[in-house]
Design a binder for this molecule. Structure first.
Ligand code: FAD
Ligand code: SF4
Ligand code: SF4
Length: 430
């Protein structure tokens, strides 16, 4: 190991084998351009030795690394086998049907536990099929939809209801950067008021090192805070993995997270590459006038405040700015979250909401008076995009790893069977 060798050369002290240092994570993930900027390594470090580089937005060592290995263990592009966190899928014939209890309505209900339960421990279980564990699924639109809401405003409505009822003290969200040189850049922020939640509505197509913001000491919160986290699926993977292993975590309060909402995600982007180069510089887009950026139906859509369309182009024209590490990601649908929310599967102006745990169900129930709810329009659209996402991950992994390695073979076998339409899940709708 590089850092181990270095240390031996410098001071002659031999150390037990098996330690992994931040230098090694840096070499294998950050320097290799595979980092997806989730911030898990920063949150996992028990000695608070990692921070976020102000220029690159990437993790960096800010004081001495102890070689505890945890940054490597929990990094979704390092040692974390995030698919091992996924609970079995719901009611897929021949896969998990025995878990399902008949509700008498033709739909199936599966009891799922909450984030704090050992159910979520890392099991090394097989990768999931279908949409993962789903208690119920809806198309949802908020009655009072915030102006900037991306789709139906479901995420904001759920957070507002949880805050109003005292179920949470705040929510880790993404809001616009206050720096005028960073138009349309999302930054992580702990919202503790309804106004801050409303201000954070809408999607930002950059990663924020969100979990690095879990140092809650900067906020005026109760001694035992309860917070929700809205994150891309990789960020929720990091939280689940850290919650599954209890140890002293340093400044970052993973234990305070009582609700996780994943936004569905096939890809995120480098802020500078997408916004400042491909959009502003190359296409002359006036970012100050932009009201919405969306990646939908395979296209990049950018709208101006006056309702005119600034960009409507195939997403492949923007691949140069996509995060390379996203290609390896096979969790479009946020299987580890309490609730997953996206646009695919519902009509425009509605959000597709998959409720995965009892905790998620309670959060959605608490928001019902604020929501219009109906059946999802197309489960197939969700399955199709999930299958596509997995094929991209498979190709990316194949390029990088030895195809004869056991992990690769297990994954390859899974993907080879993936788009078998007979495996479509039965999802309880209401
Ligand atoms: C990078 C990215 C890629 C996505 N790709 C897809 C996709 O391929 N298919 C699909 O169906 N849906 C995708 N989504 C989800 C979709 O854009 C909406 O976020 C989702 O439908 C929720 O809409 P809403 O109106 O219910 O939420 P709103 O009420 O508008 O709230 C949105 C919430 O998302 C949070 N948020 C915004 N940007 C980020 C970010 N970068 N990281 C973490 N949280 C963020 C906000 O803080 C806010 O709390 C993607 C979202 C992102 C951020
Ligand atoms: S992918 Fe996440 S955990 Fe891994 S190095 Fe990047 S920020 Fe850290
Ligand atoms: S595609 Fe996967 S790795 Fe990339 S931001 Fe989305 S969830 Fe994270």
């Amino acid at each position: 190991m590089k850092a181990y060798r270095l240390r031996q050369e410098i001071n002659g002290i031999t150390e037990p084998p098996g330690k992994t240092w931040f230098f090694e994570l840096e070499a294998a993930v950050v320097d290799a351009d595979r980092c997806i900027q989730c911030g898990t390594c920063v949150a996992a470090c028990p000695s608070n030795s990692l921070g976020v580089n102000a220029d690159s937005g990437l993790p960096e060592l800010i004081k001495m690394c102890t070689g505890c290995s945890l940054c490597w263990d929990f990094c979704p592009r390092g040692g974390l086998r995030y698919e091992a966190l996924w609970p079995p899928s719901t009611a897929i014939p021949g896969v998990s049907g025995e878990d399902a209890a008949d509700t008498g309505s033709g739909a199936s209900e599966v009891e799922r536990h909450d984030a704090a339960d050992t159910y979520w421990k890392i099991t090394g279980g097989p990768p999931g099929d279908g949409l993962g564990a789903v208690l119920s699924a809806y198309a949802v639109r908020a009655g009072a939809r915030p102006d900037g809401a991306q789709d139906g405003g479901a995420v904001s409505a759920i957070l507002l209801a949880a805050l109003a009822s005292g179920e949470i003290d705040g929510a880790l969200v993404t809001r616009p950067s206050a720096d005028p040189d960073e138009p349309w850049k999302g930054v992580a922020h702990l919202a503790t008021t309804p106004a801050e939640i409303i201000e954070s509505a809408g999607s930002f197509y950059n990663q924020t090192m969100a979990l690095a913001a879990l140092d809650l000491s900067r906020y005026n919160l109760p001694a035992k805070p309860r917070i929700a986290v809205v994150g891309t699926p990789c960020e929720i993977q990091g939280i689940r993995a850290m919650q599954a292993r209890r140890w002293s975590t340093g400044a970052h309060r993973v234990d305070a997270v009582v609700l996780t909402i994943a936004v569905l995600c096939t890809k995120s982007f480098d802020y500078r590459g997408l916004m400042l180069e491909l959009l502003e510089r190359d296409r002359g887009i006036d970012l100050a006038r932009v009201s919405k950026v969306d990646v939908i139906r395979g296209r990049m859509i950018v709208e101006y405040r006056d309702g005119s369309m600034a960009v409507d182009e195939p997403i492949k024209d923007f691949h140069g700015a996509a995060l390379k590490g996203c290609d390896e990601c096979a969790d479009f649908i946020g299987r580890s979250a309490d609730i997953s929310v996206g646009s695919v599967g519902s009509m425009d102006g509605w959000s597709s909401v998959l409720v995965r745990t009892e905790r998620g169900r309670r959060a959605l129930d608490g928001a019902r008076s604020r929501l219009d709810m109906k059946d999802l329009d197309s489960v197939e659209a969700l399955l199709k995009l999930d299958a596509f996402d997995k094929r991209v991950a498979y190709k990316s992994l194949r390029r990088q790893y030895d195809p004869d390695a056991p992990l690769f073979m297990e994954y390859a076998e899974h993907v080879a069977n993936y788009d078998d339409t007979d495996r479509a899940p039965v999802i309880p709708q209401r």
